[in-house]
Design a protein around this ligand. Sequence first.
Ligand SMILES: [Fe+2]
Length: 189
Amino acid sequence: MKNTNSKSSQNGTQKNEKQNGVKAKPDAAEGLRKLFVDELKDIYWAEKALTKAIPKMIKNATAEELVEALTGHLEVTKEHVARLEKVFSSISEKAAAKKCEAMEGLMKEAEEIMQQTKKGMVRDAGIILAGQKVEHYEIATYGTLCTFAKTLDENDAASLLHETLEEEKEADAKLTQIAESFINAEAAR
Ligand SMILES: [Fe+2]
């Protein structure tokens, strides 16, 4: 277990001081907070949907390294769902999901790739492609949400979101490594 506690906002007199030097004005802060919560609902939906989509990718993957990476990331994704619930509770909001059109599109694309390729190395390469698109979407989202949380002085939420951001980056790097070391070379044969 990593320590994600950051209690710097406990002291009321420190409430509006920002560690990153950016301070939202009251009106802007209200709008930003609404956007922050909406985007949390969006990524919460996306992570939950991924817990259903990744098993299909595992079934379609052939290379052992890819199956292992996806299986590992499925467990990590379940943790991301639970961690988002902690983020909601840290900002005193109820965890709620709102359909993420972008992630739905990415998952649809993944399905198409799996249908249109022959099982084996080429489909594996396609699964890596689809998986990296998903990771990049998540990296963009978590990176921005982390900045929003800091700006809103929600430091506990920021550190939880940062933890997930780092894990998404790891997953992306792992997929790149598999693609470079193995699958692309095999598919070209
Ligand atoms: Fe995730």
